[in-house]
Design a protein around this ligand. Structure first.
Ligand code: SF4
Length: 257
């Protein structure tokens, strides 16, 4: 699965770009999911969505935002579209939903994430409209810069051709687990991600991603575990299961409480 973010401020062309990417990937017979993150929540009439950004009061109607215009545009193209926020996911779960948890329900070739600008575990294409937005959006994970008014950033290619952008996503998209375990030798996933974008490292350098035979999720967030802890968990659970009557062969295990 190739993951890429599309970051940019309002009216920077993100939605148009995503629509064009969807169309191009569909021509290539690729399944694509669009995940939209809205930091403000999924409710109608939220004052934080309006010009009144300083309002402390939250006057939202308690109605899920089912008429998000961008989401409707993506859905009309027949692709899976998920809308999520800090406290709920569109029409499905009324609780905090982490990006990782959401992604675990997705099984497509490509994932394009609109918004979620704070994410640091996958690369991004930035939609810019000049110096200020380019400098503010730059975090070192940029595969390309797209927009009418491009401000040159070192080592970030300027690409406005959608086919070329699709090629970049297909060949260079990735997602690190965001566990920040340090097993790759970097302090966190962000540092390895920047090295991958620079071409100095590869996704295979994330040891956690490739050695993980057990994952533990707490309240929807995967817990980072060193190899020793993983081995302890794995040994304890498999040992317990083997002692149960009728359990002869073990495939994947799911425990929830
Ligand atoms: S090994 Fe993987 S999960 Fe751990 S910090 Fe490095 S990139 Fe992140």
């Amino acid at each position: 699965m190739k993951v890429v973010g599309i970051a940019g401020y309002s009216k920077s062309g993100k939605t148009t770009l995503i629509i064009n990417l969807i169309k191009e990937f569909q021509k290539r017979d690729k399944k694509i999911t669009v995940i939209k993150h809205r930091s403000c929540g999924l409710l109608k009439n939220c004052p934080r969505l309006s010009e009144d950004k300083n309002s402390e009061e939250h006057h939202c109607e308690v109605i899920p935002e089912t008429d998000d215009k961008d989401t409707q545009k993506y859905s009309a193209l027949g692709v899976s579209t998920l809308l999520f926020s800090h406290n709920e996911a569109h029409a499905v779960w009324k609780r905090e939903f982490t990006f990782e948890e959401l992604l675990s329900h997705v099984d497509t070739d490509i994932v394009v994430v609109e918004g979620n600008k704070g994410a640091r575990n996958y690369p991004r294409i930035i939609c810019t409209d000049g110096k200020e937005s380019a400098e503010n959006l730059f975090v070192g994970l940029e595969l390309a810069q797209y927009g009418k008014k491009i401000y040159p950033l070192s080592n970030v290619p300027q690409v406005n051709d959608v086919k070329e952008l699709c090629n970049i996503i297909e060949t260079r998209g990735f997602k690190l687990p965001d566990l920040n375990c340090g097993e790759c030798g970097y302090n966190d996933c962000y540092e390895l991600g920047k090295a991958i974008v620079k071409g100095e490292k590869k996704i295979e350098d994330c040891l956690s991603l490739h050695n993980n035979d057990i994952k533990v999720w707490l309240d929807g967030k995967e817990l980072p575990m060193k190899k020793f802890v993983r081995d302890c968990f794995h040994g304890t659970i498999t040992g317990f299961l083997k002692s149960l009557k009728g359990v002869h062969k073990q495939g994947s295990v799911k425990i929830e409480f």
